[in-house]
Design a binder for this molecule. Structure first.
Ligand SMILES: [Zn+2]
Length: 1122
């Protein structure tokens, strides 16, 4: 059958080429039309291959050159032309070569008053114009003038031809030369007026498609700078703003509104950020350079709106390049030891691995009998001086409560949480939508006592009045509270509160925090602490659901921005906080919020009040850098309760964010904390993240042209009047918090059972000690056998927080550390069988100074693992050195894992390294050495997939990318030969699968993940061939035999099925209520119009006798073709 039809097409084309008279042409056209009107596009492509396009075009040219062209031939011919031309990518070029353009234009001109003939000419022109070159040629030959004769003001006649004319015009205007011509001839004004006329008179919205066509024309023109200028000069912004305002709610007008908004966005004049310089407000003189990089000051002359050449470099780049980025060079995929470290260099790591040399002679005695014994044991640990009696008192009390905590945790053993999650998930909570912020605050856990703590601690409201929130909320850093002098009275309030409000945050102590904060060195010497870090955070009892995105929020925000542009006098535009000019702004301004960020991890740079309850905020770039703005952490005070305040962070950098998919920022209220609910909670409504009109000057970006910025906007209704609240991108976790945590951990553990050592791996560039923690169990006794077992324990290495903005990694690490030293029997087994080497914060300086990504030198430390230098990247150099040392003694880690946070995806997942999977994915032939690669790297993620509620195998990837060649994961895999070398990514947002589906992460879920990771390591060991009988026996009595069996079996059965490929999963984002359209100039209209044009032609062919006006009534709505 198919063959016969193809034969028919072929013969028809042949005869068409040889026919010149009507009698023979007409039947051929009929046959072709019949053959092409059924079946698939395959027939049309076949015809194109056989020279069908040329034959049709030639017939057109021949027919129309006669003195009186025969429309009996031309009408069916045009329909065929359009149909075939739509599918022929070279059709425009062919038409140009066969000189079909001119004859069509002439035919159209002669038939201006004959709408049916004209319509057919327009279809042909529409198809010709789909090639930009041909379109440009048509423009030169006067096509646009012709079309303007067809496109009339509002009428109900000949609307089909008018519609076709707008579509041809839109297609022509894709050519920049046509757009330029259009601007020069004043068509912007004409189009605006035409649109306005149709818009105001087409009250029943019958001709939306024509209005849309006119908008498309404008959209192409305003892609030019001159087009935008003309649009602005013609008051286009005002006109379109009004249209959008009045029609925003009208669902039927979606097509028109989205075009209007796109034009408004495109025409909003680009401007530079309201900053003196985009370089960080903080500079650091790095070793080897004499002065910090001079910040580049922007001047007006620097600033160039690079107009026509503008490109949106962002969003898609990564996705497109993904496969190119795969490493396919076998020599770079094979294991290869890195540079050997000289013996004397390796020797320094001996001191960090005392467990290897200690002979435990005095093992038996009384560890744990005396709290202070650790001081002798762990000589290496830098101990805090000034132990005030107060603190000692505090400690003893707390030690008991920690013990209690420990007992509690035994009862809720980790195994009970496996894959069910520990969060008290209430299914109904997922359904609740935060309709109003106050209500959502109630839901969020404010207004309730936090988990498991005594509500009797809540102060009666009358006492609130006595709180000097401003003084309490940002205490000064002093040696200790009790030492505060008269000039530091502000701390007295805080100190008093600490007495009257018995502290109840597990593993936290404000006094220790204060002591640690005094030693923490920041670039500018922070003198204050953030209250939440000092006071502590208790995870709220339940996880919070993701926020439902409010429909149309992005448009509403964009229109608000446009309103600012149109009505600048309505904007207050008052700078109320500025790191660059700290005086005299703070405190001297009334009727506005007060902002502050000069504390650890804080990074607000500037706040501008734009309306009574709305602020534009700018966050600081990373130190010695002019980029990486994403993390934010600042204090705000002086608010009124129950009023929604809007915050717009206008210099974000990432092209998309989980803030568009249900994530909320976090907030900590000081008053809530004083009322017994010290907690960071997710808050904010009407959240949206979108590309704004700010652009970075090319000159400051090493020539990279005009990077665009994004706005994160959210509204917050604060719980109390005159409160001090802290807002952050994610739950903060400072360096001082870590140091406090480590100290408390060390004090809380039972030193008879847990070997815990806190060393300093090196000093950072900023002068802060970078901690290294060793956790294992003491040998059972000092018998030779037990010592031998101790010395043979394999190592596990875990690192975290190389990226300072990824505070989620620290919360996962917190969970890991607390679990490993806990009395949970699983933890005990782990300690008895492994030595854990943990670097909980690879980039302390970045964390301290509020960076998002980099070190003090402005470089991403997770791109420095190939050739780290001791004086430039000390923490990486020594972390790598330690791993080298372990490898050199044959003790390379069983598993290496670096904890990170992921801003674009949900859940928790691992990235690993596989030579074979990388080559497969890149489409390379897989050689023998790759085929021999064992699949053990997949086992741990599979185990975690079964164990951890937040974890999903689906997002894991084992590809080695060129751009990741210098990351910890790839370097440890390749240079140390660690096949299980991972990055663990935790979402900033939450989960879209498993028991936490629909919930945002709280700190509790992140900490649980850290514990689950440890359990995963144990099960991994149980599954390994080298697992000792003793451990198997211990584990099987410990782990419920059935449960264990279940997991082990499922793991092993699924691990044999290793061929499953990554990335079959699509984007993990739920579809958004509205298109998240960052680029205002995407032109996705072409394809739709093709099928639409097809439809029109088909319709016309079948109904050519009907009066056209009757048909147009259906507007642009699709109708089934008869
Ligand atoms: Zn990271």
């Amino acid at each position: 059958m198919i063959l016969r039809e193809e034969e028919g097409i072929y013969l028809s084309v042949l005869s068409l080429q040889n026919s010149s008279d009507k009698a023979s042409i007409l039947p051929i056209l009929q046959v072709l039309s019949d053959l092409l009107s059924v079946g698939t596009d395959r027939r049309i492509y076949y015809m194109i291959n056989k020279g069908g396009s040329e034959a049709l075009l030639q017939t057109l040219v021949d027919t129309s050159r006669s003195a009186s062209p025969d429309w009996d031939i031309l009408l069916p011919l045009f329909r065929l032309l359009a149909k075939v031309g739509l599918r022929d990518k070279k059709f425009g070029q062919k038409a140009l070569e066969l000189e079909a353009l001119d004859v069509t234009l002439i035919l159209a001109r002669k038939n201006l008053s004959h709408s049916q003939n004209l319509l057919h000419c327009l279809w042909a022109l529409r198809v010709f114009a789909s090639s930009v070159t041909t379109g440009a040629m048509l423009g030169i030959n006067g096509a646009m003038e012709l079309l303007f004769k067809v496109i009339s003001p509002y009428t109900r006649k000949h609307t089909r031809t008018i519609r076709a004319a707008t579509e041809v015009l839109a297609a022509l205007l894709k050519s920049k030369s046509n757009s330029r011509r259009a601007v020069n001839r004043g068509y912007v004004n004409s189009l605006l007026r035409l649109h306005q006329d149709w818009h105001s008179r087409d009250v029943t919205n019958t001709y939306l498609i024509i209005r849309h066509g006119l908008l498309l024309c404008l959209r192409h023109i305003v892609a030019l700078r001159s087009g935008r200028e003309a649009f602005l000069a013609a008051q286009g912004m005002e006109t379109f703003f009004n249209i959008a305002q009045t029609c925003l709610e009208n669902k039927n007008m979606e097509l028109v509104i989205s075009a209007v908004i796109q034009i408004l966005r495109q025409c909003y004049p680009v401007s530079r950020l309201p900053l003196v310089t985009v370089s960080s407000a903080y500079t650091f003189t790095a070793p080897g350079s004499t002065s910090p990089e001079l910040p580049h000051h922007l001047t007006e002359e620097d600033f160039d709106d690079d107009g026509d050449e503008e490109m949106d470099k962002d969003s898609d780049v990564e996705a497109v390049k993904e496969d190119d980025d795969l490493e396919t060079d076998m020599s770079k995929l094979s294991s290869k030891p890195g540079r050997e470290l000289p013996e004397e260099d390796l020797a320094q790591y001996d001191a960090m691995c005392l467990e290897l040399s200690c002979n435990f002679e005095e093992l038996e005695p009384k560890y744990g009998d005396d709290l202070n014994i650790k001081d002798n044991l762990h000589a290496n640990h830098h101990h805090i001086p000034s132990a005030a009696s107060l603190r000692q008192h505090c400690l003893i009390r707390e030690h008991n409560s920690w013990e209690q905590e420990r007992e509690d945790s035994v009862h809720t053993s980790i195994l009970h949480m496996v894959k069910t999650g520990k969060s008290n998930v209430q299914p109904s909570s997922k359904l609740r939508s935060a309709t109003n912020v106050n209500q959502s605050i109630q839901q969020n856990g404010l207004g309730r006592a936090s988990s498991g703590h005594d509500t009797s601690e809540i102060q009666p409201p009358s006492e609130q009045a006595a709180w000097d929130i401003e003084a309490i909320s940002c205490p000064r850093i002093t040696a200790s509270f009790s030492n505060s002098t008269k000039s530091e009275e502000s701390n007295e309030g805080t100190e008093k509160l600490l007495h009257t409000h018995p502290k109840h945050t597990p593993f936290h102590d404000p006094h220790l925090y204060m002591a640690n904060a005094t030693r923490t060195r920041s670039v500018v010497g922070f003198k204050t602490m953030a209250f939440p870090d000092l006071w502590g955070h208790c995870s709220p009892p339940t996880a919070q659901p993701m926020l439902d995105r409010k429909l149309g929020i992005q448009r509403i925000k964009i229109l608000e921005d446009v309103r600012r542009f149109l009505q600048p006098s309505d904007v207050i535009n008052k700078v109320v906080f500025n790191l660059d000019e700290p005086w005299p702004l703070q405190g001297s301004i009334s009727n506005c919020l007060r902002f502050y960020s000069e504390f650890e991890s804080g990074n607000l740079r500037k706040a501008i009040q734009v309306r009574e309850f709305e602020y534009d905020l700018l966050v600081n770039a990373d130190v010695n850098s002019s980029q990486h703005q994403q993390w934010f952490y600042f204090k705000v005070s002086g608010m009124r309760a129950a009023v929604p305040y809007r915050f717009n962070i206008i210099n974000c950098e990432k092209p998309n964010s989980q803030f568009n998919y249900g994530m909320q920022p976090t907030m900590y209220s000081v008053k809530e904390a004083l009322l017994g609910r010290p907690a960071w909670i997710r808050t904010g409504s009407e959240i949206c993240y979108y590309k704004n009109h700010y652009r970075q000057n090319a000159a400051t970006m090493d020539g990279a042209s005009g990077k665009r910025y994004y706005t994160l906007t959210f509204a917050v209704t604060f719980p109390h009047d005159e409160d001090a609240c802290y807002l952050a991108y994610h739950y903060p976790y400072t360096y001082s918090t870590l140091m406090t945590h480590l100290e408390i951990l060390e004090r809380s553990i039972d030193h008879r059972k847990v070997y815990f050592r806190h060393d300093v791996i090196c000093q950072t560039l900023g002068g802060n000690p970078c901690p290294l923690v060793t956790i294992t169990a003491f040998p059972e006794s000092n018998s030779a056998e037990h010592l031998e077992q101790f010395r043979c324990r394999p190592y596990q290495v875990i690192t975290a927080r190389v990226h300072p903005g990824e505070s989620n990694a620290s919360w996962v690490m917190k969970g890991t550390l607390e679990f490993l030293v806990s009395s949970d029997p699983v933890a005990k087994l782990l300690r008895e069988n492994f030595v854990f080497k943990i670097i909980p914060m690879l980039n302390p300086d970045g964390v301290i100074n509020g960076n998002h990504r980099c070190s003090l030198r402005g470089e991403d430390l997770n791109r420095q693992w190939l050739f780290p230098q001791a004086h430039l990247q000390p923490t990486i150099y020594h972390a790598k050195g330690l791993l080298h040392f372990l490898s050199s003694t044959g003790r390379g880690p069983v598993v290496f894992c670096d904890f990170h946070g992921h801003s674009q995806k949900k859940n928790v997942f691992l990235y690993g390294c596989s030579m074979k999977e990388t080559l497969w994915q890149a489409g390379c032939t897989v050689g023998e050495s790759a085929l021999l690669e064992d699949v053990s790297y997949r086992t741990l993620p599979k185990i975690l997939d079964k164990l951890a509620p937040a974890f999903t195998m689906n997002s894991c990837s084992f590809l080695v990318e060129k751009s990741r060649a210098s990351t910890a994961r790839v370097v440890v895999w390749r240079e140390m030969g660690v096949s299980r070398s991972y990055t663990m990514e935790s979402s900033y947002c939450g989960c879209n699968q498993g028991p936490y589906q629909g919930l945002q992460f709280g700190t509790g879920e992140l900490e649980e993940m850290g514990a689950m990771y440890c359990l995963g390591l144990l099960i991994l060991e149980l599954k390994s061939a080298s697992c000792s009988h003793k451990l198997l026996a211990q584990a099987s009595t410990l782990l419920n035999a059935e449960v264990l069996e279940h997991y082990l079996q499922r793991c092993s059965s699924s691990s044999s099925n290793n061929s499953s490929n990554r990335t079959s999963e699509v984007d993990d984002e739920p579809s958004c209520m509205e298109e998240i359209d960052y680029s205002a100039d995407s032109s996705s209209d072409s394809e739709q119009n093709f099928t639409e044009l097809d439809r029109q032609i088909q319709e016309c062919a079948f109904n050519k006798d009907e009066e056209e006006e009757n048909e147009e009534g259906s507007g642009w709505r699709r109708r089934s073709v008869p």
